[in-house]
Design a protein around this ligand. Sequence first.
Ligand code: EPZ
Length: 423
Amino acid sequence: MDQIIVRGNGPLKGQIPISGAKNTCLKLMTASLLTDEPLTLTNVPRLVDIETLSQVLESLGVEVARLAAGRVMVLSGRQLTSRRADYDLVRKLRASFNVLGPLLAREHEAIVSLPGGCAIGARKVDLHIQALEAMGAEIELEAGYVHAVAPGGLKGARIDFPFVSVGATENAMAAAVLAKGETIITNAAQEPDTVALADCLVAMGAKIEGIGTRELRIEGVDRLHGTTHEVIPDRIELGTFMIAPAVCGGEVELIGGRRDLAEAFCEKLEAAGVTITETETGLKVARGNAGIDAVDVTTAPFPGFPTDLQAQFMALMCTAKGTSRLEETIFENRFMHAPELIRMGAEIDVQGGVATVTGVEKLKGAPVMATDLRASVSLILAGLAAEGETVVSRVYHLDRGYERIEEKLGAVGADIRRTREHG
Ligand code: EPZ
């Protein structure tokens, strides 16, 4: 297994290109199940999660071709050959569960493994199932699989989600585009990933109104056609790399970065004393010698502060002036990075969904363990600000969502390298 070794070595300077968004690309890929024509995606990130979903789609009969060194993906679901997504693949990637809606809408039957929980929480799928049942699907749970049938096809319905779920909104929307009649989804997710999926579906011939709002109105159509769609820049990768110069000083331009994808996050970073400037090619982030102020954060669905940037923001707050309160409202167990940061000398007290972080003068390098994707990267950011060497093990989590992280950070002057773990 690989590990990453980081040494704090002062300010960063230069440019980092932002890749296409993982969570957008994953959802766009599932749209290939809705048409017998090719769906071409550009600006595709090269990540393990993208590979895993490709395998899921291939197992259903979608042909996946990669061009331009993997940056372009052509998905052709001309004829699906299976309606079953196996546990072996779905357990590796929760987003695989989002094949359920499209598969059911097109084939009138889908058998998809339950994804199970994961390190950050139980992560139920009840809302996904209730939405499809509202559209007339008959669903049974059999030996860890969801078996859904809709003999005469899905029917439009009113779906009132009790709270915002990104995945359930996307699964329901991708099913409703081929249902008979109108579907109204309230409390819909407004995440840029969900908006991108809706935009792509519209380009494929779907009729969706209210895109980007809390209420979606979808008029089902008989068939969708192929299209070409560009994956938007990854706002979580962007936020992560914006924190790098914030923790260790310097000035870094994030090429392709867009403020509108991360406004709430940018405001918190500015409140902490970081300067953000929009440039012609992206966003420039600078931190002078004044240091970082403590800032409170509460995670919320978009347009709120993203849960996927909470761990990275905590790494920044570890050396801020004063005490900050970080509240996690989306997942019940998303502070696993806290004990690891404490190993590096951070002062953090976690009580339920609230972490209180009191800034210390300096963090100290230590061997630490990555527990999930965003927790892993927060340890790397903390390592950039620490004295001495930080060894982050179990970095396979990182490769699921960050493309060539050591190269990108190395190019702006960070002392970071990947080695093989012994033993
Ligand atoms: C998406 O997960 C993202 N994943 C997550 O990113 C992200 O953290 C999350 O949205 C929130 O922004 C992908 O897009 C692939 P949810 P998703 O359904 O769709 C509960 C990363 O690091 N819930 O909005 O699974 C759920 O348990 C990942 O890239 C139910 O109770 O998130 C959670 O507490 C991690 N029942 C809350 O809702 C359901 O049926 C929000 O989850 C569905 C969800």
